[in-house]
Design a protein around this ligand. Structure first.
Ligand code: AMP
Length: 261
């Protein structure tokens, strides 16, 4: 499919409030496509009733400037009413959506799959760019594209981090200064577990248990910290083709991170 620009078109789907992670995806798209489109849409369908839809950070003017500086040609920022003029048909990707983020945030991945499919159909990209920061989302989009034979090449890019290791996220803006100081422990813990797994001295189960306890002691409310298979996201005891995934609350802010092994 030929994109809007008459050559390859790369799409970077986002919800705005850009940080270096978003810009990384834009630059990757810029380097590989004739035309780059960024979508900026805070998708109500992927937020639960008690989540942060209303307070999600928004700064379109700044986002437009940053996108332009990153070489983006087209910003697609539709109003909600245009994307969802009535109750929408939705897409449900089975199995891998029913665990981790999917069980903590019911309906979240139906919202993600639906908006991604809509964006692909509207923009018709040849290439689409996503961040490993949202590892489960990457696998959901991959299944969506495979199962529905979507004509798009998917690209997954490494997580952009602050100097202290904290994964960049629009939601980091919610952290108090005390929480922000603690937040890097999440990734530091994953790195520590990965090192120990490679040393192979203790069982993965006891390493994970220890890591959960140490995060709890530091003030994190750990929702999950697991070693999972990159195939189906099920817990595994094997560090091969797997990832450490974590979700934890610090105060009212829910943070997720992961480390592929
Ligand atoms: P969002 O605006 O949070 O929906 O994110 C838009 C895209 O940027 C998604 O594909 C995310 O996975 C990706 N992303 C978010 N944070 C990061 C990060 N720190 N590094 C790389 N990509 C990211």
């Amino acid at each position: 499919m030929v994109g809007l620009g008459g050559g390859d078109l790369g799409l970077v789907p986002t919800m705005g409030a850009f940080h270096e992670g978003h810009l990384l995806l834009m630059r990757a798209a810029r380097g590989a496509n004739k035309t780059v489109c960024v979508s900026l849409f805070v998708n109500p369908l992927q937020f639960g009733a008690h989540e942060d839809l209303d307070r999600y950070p928004r700064n379109e003017e700044r986002d437009f400037d940053l996108a332009e500086q990153s070489g983006v040609d087209i910003i697609f920022a539709p109003p909600v009413q245009e994307m969802y003029p009535r109750q929408s048909t939705t897409i449900h990707v089975p199995e891998i959506t029913e665990i981790w983020e999917g069980s903590a945030r019911r309906g979240h991945f139906d919202g993600v799959a639906t908006i991604v499919a809509k964006l692909f159909n509207i923009v018709r990209p040849r290439h689409a760019y996503f961040g490993w920061k949202d590892l489960q989302q990457c696998l959901v989009v991959k299944r969506l594209a495979e199962d529905l034979n979507l004509l798009v090449e998917l690209h997954f890019l490494e997580t952009a981090r602050e100097r202290d290791g904290l994964a960049m996220s629009s939601r980091n803006a919610y952290l108090s200064s005390e929480e922000r100081a603690k937040a890097p422990r999440l990734y530091a813990t994953l790195v520590h577990v990965a090192e120990q797994l490679h040393r192979n001295e203790l069982s993965p189960a006891s390493l994970l248990r220890e890591a959960r306890t140490s995060l709890s002691v530091s003030g994190f409310d750990v929702q999950y910290l697991e070693l999972v298979s990159m195939e189906d996201l099920r817990p595994t005891g094997m560090p091969k083709n797997s990832a450490l995934i974590v979700a934890a609350r610090l105060g009212t802010t829910r943070l997720i991170d992961n480390l592929r092994l």
